[in-house]
Design a protein around this ligand. Structure first.
Ligand code: ZN
Ligand code: ZN
Length: 578
């Protein structure tokens, strides 16, 4: 029986007006999704000039007989939906039958397909069927699109440069490959292999094939489940960051999705583990009951709406945060054998470089399994708190060199001290009965009228922390005492900046946000600066305090505080081992 059915008129109306084919990547997307729906395990996309001149997709899927091959180009033909109700239980990727028809109406299409015995060749130009003939058989489908938009000049001019069109296709195929580790994808542009995955059904291997070894060896596995959701995948260590969120690879039931709430949860989980403006690489699949998902809200089907989103977002946030907390290591300095020099992941936050990546992809022969030496170096957070680091000395009055039996450590003294103070202050903020110190010389601050009003409206927050503040004449306040944990050197101008912080935060004053920025500000100002001499005893105290922190790896702004060179890396650097 024919696999392709004609959708009921009613259903056709339910689906928003046809998806617009607007760029080469949308053609690639439709064709490749058809290949997946046809059960293909091997899908090859060949582009000429980024797709502008030609797009060919060939697969080893089930193929079509002559009847289906012709029917597949008619509007509302789909093999995926049989009746209205099915629309809400869609398990396949594409569901709009008209995709192939609309592509065919604005281009020239050659298709060779075979479901077993005799192959069929179909040639269509501008939506008009030109030729149907028998052809030699190879199971699967090969479909070539040329002259895209040749008959719609208005659309033709919306196509971007070759580089942009290619980049869109690459991004799509990479995400798709990450969402389907069980399928082998190849993307070729002008005879150059740009993406290649092996279909090993091993997600970490696909990550390696796409991002290269430096990334794949710095991923942490995540796993969690609740009544409604099951989360699996990998999240990058904060040492490997990107300049944008393009590498938030998120899938729901294997389908690529993009959702702001989910993205925010991922980003928040990395809070203080990274610089603002940098984003981790994550590959996360969320499995859930399809009835909770509504994929129909956007024609590109990437944005989704979901019932119980709040539950999902919380589970995701907590899972990632916990994984980072339990597994984070001090970033190891990496010895790059080819260049024979040392670079650290933080100094070079792996800004995406297409050219480098392409070479990495081509050298896919690197064996993942052989690269587990890294695992020996894993110091879990818990044991980290018992770690003893011995100071050796200071470099440029800014960095501390320390050692223990595992290797050598370099610390940024300001970042480290800032982290210690930040965590101390956050704990003090939670004190029920804050202790305070009377100031020897109370400090009066004169404000303008509006600032004064704004300050008085929220001064209670400071008072709850142990500040003693009184009105002192017109538009003037006087600070008579401060919390005990605030060091003496903090009095003076620094107190003024606390008052300023209350005033600048005044618009939509949010207590939690204010307290966090207050903690950050005070901890920065209270900490040792660069170019400040420290005695060995002071360094030892700093090291002891740092290892006890919940997150000893970054300052409160996400800058790294400590780097490690393992003994092995030192030996490798100096060629004591090969
Ligand atoms: Zn600072
Ligand atoms: Zn900082």
């Amino acid at each position: 029986m024919s696999k392709i059915r004609i959708m009921s008129e009613n259903l056709a109306n339910k689906i928003a007006a046809g998806e617009v084919v607007e760029k080469c990547a949308s053609v690639v997307k439709e064709l490749v999704e058809n290949s997946i729906d046809a059960g293909a395990s091997n899908i090859k996309v060949s582009l000429v000039d980024g797709g502008l001149t030609g797009i060919t997709v060939s697969d080893n899927g089930s193929g079509m007989d002559k009847e289906d091959a012709v029917l597949s180009f008619s509007r509302h033909a789909t093999s995926k939906i049989y009746k209205d109700d099915d629309l809400f239980f869609i398990e396949t990727l594409g569901f709009r039958g008209e995709a192939l028809a609309s592509i065919a109406s604005v281009s020239e299409v050659n298709m060779d397909t075979c479901s077993g015995d005799v192959g069929t060749h179909v040639h269509i130009k501008g939506g008009v069927l030109d030729e149907v003939s028998a052809t030699s058989a190879r199971k699967g489908t090969t479909i070539s699109i040329t002259n895209l938009f040749y008959n719609t000049p208005a659309r033709l001019k919306y196509l971007k440069s070759e580089a942009t069109e290619l980049n869109n296709c690459v991004q799509f195929i990479e995400k798709l490959a990450l969402s389907r580790p069980d399928k082998a994808f190849t993307l070729i542009n002008n005879d150059r292999v740009v993406v290649k995955t092996s279909g090993s059904n091993n997600l970490l291997k696909v990550i390696h094939e796409i991002y290269g070894l430096n990334v794949s060896s710095n991923m942490l596995e995540i796993k969690a489940s609740s009544d409604d959701f099951e989360i699996t995948g990998f999240v990058g260590k904060p040492g490997i960051l990107k300049k944008n969120r393009n590498h938030f690879n998120t899938f729901v039931n294997g389908r690529i999705i993009r959702n702001n709430e989910i993205n925010r949860a991922i980003n928040d989980a990395y809070y203080t583990y990274k610089h603002e403006g940098f984003y981790p690489i994550v590959v996360i699949n969320i499995a859930t009951d399809p009835t909770l998902v509504d994929v129909n809200i956007h024609p590109t089907k990437q944005d989704i709406k979901m019932s119980k989103m709040d539950v999902l977002v919380k589970l995701l946030y907590e899972t990632i945060k916990e994984t980072l907390y339990n597994n984070l290591l001090i970033p190891n300095a990496i010895v790059d054998e080819k260049l024979n020099d040392v670079k650290t992941e933080f100094i070079e936050p792996a800004i995406y470089d297409k050219d480098t990546k392409v070479t990495e992809v081509i050298q896919t022969s690197l064996d993942l399994a052989s690269d587990n030496s890294d695992e020996d170096n894993i110091i879990k957070n818990v044991s980290f708190k018992r770690l003893k680091l011995y100071p050796i000395g200071q470099v440029h009055g800014t960095y501390i060199i320390a050692e223990n039996e595992d290797g050598m450590f370099i610390l940024d003294q300001h970042a480290a001290h800032e982290r210690i103070n930040y965590e101390m202050i956050k704990k003090r903020f939670a004190d029920e009965e804050p202790t305070y110190t009377d100031m020897l010389i109370p400090m009066s601050i004169e404000l303008n009228t509006s600032d004064f009003e704004m300050f008085m409206a929220n001064k209670q927050v400071l008072e709850n922390l142990g500040f003693k503040i009184e009105e002192f004449g017109i538009n003037t306040i006087i600070i008579k005492g401060h919390p005990t944990w605030l060091t003496k050197n903090f009095e003076g101008d620094n107190l003024k900046s606390i008052v300023d912080l209350v005033i600048t935060n005044n618009r939509n004053f949010n207590k939690d946000r204010f307290l966090d920025s207050l903690a950050k500000m005070i901890s920065c100002k209270m900490s040792v600066k660069a170019n400040e001499h420290l005695s060995l005893e002071q360094m030892e105290k700093l090291l002891d305090d740092l290892v006890k922190c919940d997150n000893p790896y970054n300052c409160c702004h996400g800058r790294p505080s400590i780097m490690k060179f393992t003994s092995y890396e030192l030996e490798k650097m100096f060629k004591r081992v090969m």
